[in-house]
Design a protein around this ligand. Structure first.
Ligand code: ADP
Length: 156
């Protein structure tokens, strides 16, 4: 049986922290589906279709990784993908509390799903999509927090 993992998130935008999680996980699974969750009410910085395309560029040539957009419950998306692992990143105690709660809920919704948490490398621990969004909003340059494949002009 294939070990399929979903890495869900808003990825608005995808940062070096997110990339580090995928790189740590890649050898542990046969396939990783990066799920870009979106919500019609929340506009965000980058349109969901574009988030998908930018993340695809980051992992171009890696056949184990695919990127999909989804709406609704993450547990349902994992089930539809045939995934039995859910990947998340943890930067600090606040993330841990949140991820622990989500794990308890997801286990109720889809008992076959195992949540796997990865600790972020310390150099990426301060990076968040919301900080990148804020930098862009105030005219700063967030490129040092972004994978090389993603350029600032992609957001403007
Ligand atoms: P969500 O809106 O679902 O929290 P995000 O795109 O903000 O989605 O994050 C997706 C996942 O990546 C979450 O598990 C989050 O904790 C993790 N993450 C975000 N930034 C980092 C980082 N710098 N290092 C490691 N993990 C991170």
């Amino acid at each position: 049986m294939q070990r399929i993992a979903v890495f869900p998130g808003s990825f608005d935008p995808f940062t070096l922290g997110h990339k580090a999680i995928v790189e740590e996980a890649i050898d542990l699974f046969d396939r990783i589906i990066i799920g870009v969750g979106y919500n019609n009410e929340k506009r965000g910085l980058v349109a969901p279709q574009k988030r998908v395309r930018l993340i695809e560029d980051v992992f171009k040539g890696n056949e184990k990784i695919e990127v999909q957009m989804y709406r609704g419950l993450t547990a349902d998306f994992c089930r539809e993908c045939g995934a039995t692992f859910l990947l998340r990143g943890v930067r600090n105690a606040v993330d841990f509390e949140y991820e622990h709660n989500m794990q308890l809920i997801n286990e109720r919704l889809y008992p076959e799903l195992t949540t796997v948490l990865f600790f972020t490398p310390p150099r990426y621990a301060a990076i968040s999509s919301s900080i990148v969004r804020e930098l862009v909003y105030f005219g700063g340059d967030p490129t040092q927090f972004m994978p090389d494949e993603i350029k600032l002009k992609d957001y403007l």
